[in-house]
Design a protein around this ligand. Sequence first.
Ligand code: PLP
Length: 469
Amino acid sequence: MIKKQRHIESMDEDEKLSSCTYASRYMTEPVPKYELPERSVSERTAYRLIRDELYLDGRPVQNLASFCSTWMEPEGDELIQQGLHYNLADEDEYPHVIKILERCVNILANLFHAPSNHSGGAVGTATIGSSEAIMLAGLAMKWNWRKRRNERGEPTDRPNIVLGNNVQVCWKKFARYFDVECKYIPLEVGRYVITPELVADAVDENTIGVCAVLGSTFTGEFEPVEEINDTLAEVNKARGFDIPVHVDAASGGFVAPFLYPDLEWDFRLPLVRSINVSGHKYGLCYPGIGWAIWRDRSWLPEELVFRVNYLGGEMETFNLNFSRPASGVLGQYYNFLRLGREGYANVMKALKRNADYIRERLVDTDQFDVLSDDRSLPLVALSVRPELPYTAFDLSHKLREKGWIVPAYTMPGNAESITCLRAVVREKMSREVADDLVEDILAATSELNRLKPGKKTTSVSSGSSDLIC
Ligand SMILES: Cc1ncc(COP(=O)(O)O)c(C=O)c1O
């Protein structure tokens, strides 16, 4: 992380050093903070110094801002620990790790209804998260668009992508890093997803693809992928385009197949040519694993795939990173074997029950409005009623006093007047924890109502750019 630091020269000697009260027991002198220490310390001392600093951070179980898993079973932990020793890039050394990776790709392609992938020939790759997967899928869309334009002798200097301005920041990064214009569809108060009509108006001959989000970062809602597919098919036909849909299923990819199996959002729709999903969100793994899956071979341009032949046979690689631990892949495969469809469905249903429970209890107080519909991610996205004397930011700050991290942020684009308070329900949240959260929210709202009767406070907005995911 790039942080503005005071220059080391301007600090006094004490500021440059790390020390602690037990220093005299384990360390004979403090260690420098910003320079490599001259001397070694024992492994126990180094461990303690770092661990004690981590205690100062929020508690993962109370962090309801993040979609990322904070807990796995000890057997998963063990495999992840073992996976740290394996470099995914060393394919010739670790062919079984690669076989496991390929099985995961096929399992996901199957789950997402990729055509004819039962024989193990699914096309996809493991990534560090959805961001990397989106970069890869975006590049594939750009290459495909350019190839088609080149074949027709048409200019290729102004590629654009059509998406809602509710997309996660990784899409903005993709567009900037890889020189693609974002054609944003603005949200409005009361509409927090894109619509097929707005997509149809926005696309043109330079559109490399449309991004539809299955599980908006802001409200958890699913964008209407099926309707977008159908409308875009008509536009493509009428205007001679071949614009694909990419589904950003970072969160929804592990939710929809289990909670709403009849919802058509994946490769069942002909224009859906690539999908990303984060294993570390509802895939129930720790941060560091995501997946990019293509409909079939024809949508992954040859030029973007690099081949190595260390294994005797030919191996293909298509990633932004080279060296990385196998941990994420092993953790994901552990969950696939351990949970199966039944286990994932049970977990997702339990998460939804808890999210519904929290939402209903809060809405019953007549202080909140619901911002997402029933068919969305298992989370609670509410706005504070405008007539109340406190804001969602006040409530978010107040909850911090009890250790809860429940972010408040303004919605993007034309919906900026709405502030959302969002609590992501994850696997570690039991009904007891949900009850504690509700009780703490209710206590906070009574205090805020008492402290600020009759007028809105002027809490500083954390803004949508601070959204943690
Ligand atoms: C819809 C959506 N897309 C992409 C991302 C980026 O995912 P990752 O953190 O796995 O890179 C997120 C993160 O929350 C997200 O919510």
